[in-house]
Design a protein around this ligand. Structure first.
Ligand code: ADP
Ligand code: MG
Length: 230
């Protein structure tokens, strides 16, 4: 495996929610994603999808093993380093979008930029461009996000994930609250935006029918082994 072009590389990763547990709860022997791949991971509720994504984004730290993301060893970082890495390098779209309700659309996006620790000489222009591409009109931009439709909130969540120009975008079941028409539109938009910039996309869902939108598809059970059964 050529590690140079790997965006993600996991090796013998063992994780437990319970620190005192003797038996390993989750195990990944070897798994990698290459630059530019659009990967879909399917798994039933409770199968470990969010756990895997949280390990990859550094929210959770494994008990042992190698977690390499964008050429950095997350398993060698402390929590503060992982938080900084995540804020700067990874775009994340959550299931419930996790927008800050008392901020408007633009402020939610600005906050992501602020948390990355990077500055931009022309952030307003960048936000305008992004929101235009995401078809968010001028009026909606200054509304509190709670007053926006679900579809609009979702597009703000994408804008927030992309403002720091990440090389990796992680999406945790962001379509579960959408109807079919909105769902397909959202997926196409996500693919268009990431494809253009060669952003690697990792998307998880319990909905198997989404798989056709991606260049690669795997079941979570092929990646995360149940530690107890190995
Ligand atoms: P999915 O995202 O596929 O629905 P999760 O990764 O959220 O699955 O959960 C996988 C398993 O880990 C489940 O059995 C769940 O109960 C357990 N789990 C998830 N989060 C925690 C936590 N914070 N503490 C203890 N167990 C958890
Ligand atoms: Mg989940």
């Amino acid at each position: 495996m050529n590690s140079v072009s790997s965006i993600i590389e996991l090796e013998n990763v063992a994780f437990n929610y319970d620190r005192n547990a003797v038996e390993t709860e989750f195990l990944v022997n070897h798994w990698s994603i290459h630059k530019g791949e659009q990967v879909f991971i399917h798994g039933a509720s409770g199968s470990g999808k969010s756990t895997l994504l949280n390990i990859l984004s550094g929210l959770l730290s494994p008990r042992s093993g190698k977690v390499m993301v964008l050429d950095k060893r997350l398993d060698k970082m402390n929590r503060k380093q992982r938080d900084a890495f995540r804020a700067k390098e990874i775009g994340i779209v959550f299931q419930r979008f996790n927008l800050i309700p008392y901020l408007n659309s633009e402020e939610n996006i600005r906050l992501a930029k602020y948390l990355s620790g990077e500055s931009s000489s022309d952030l307003s222009a960048e936000i305008t461009e992004l929101l235009e591409r995401l078809r968010i009109d001028e009026k909606s931009r200054s509304k509190p996000v709670t007053e926006l439709s679900t579809g609009q909130q979702q597009r703000i969540a994408i804008a927030r994930a992309l403002i720091n120009r990440p090389r990796l975008l992680i999406a945790d079941e962001p379509t579960s609250s959408l109807d079919y028409a909105n769902r397909d539109g959202f997926l196409e938009l996500l693919k268009e935006l990431t494809g253009k910039e060669e952003i690697t996309l990792l998307f998880v869902s319990h909905d198997h029918s989404l798989k056709s939108h991606f260049t690669r598809s795997q079941d979570i059970s092929e990646i995360m082994l149940d530690g107890a059964s190995t």
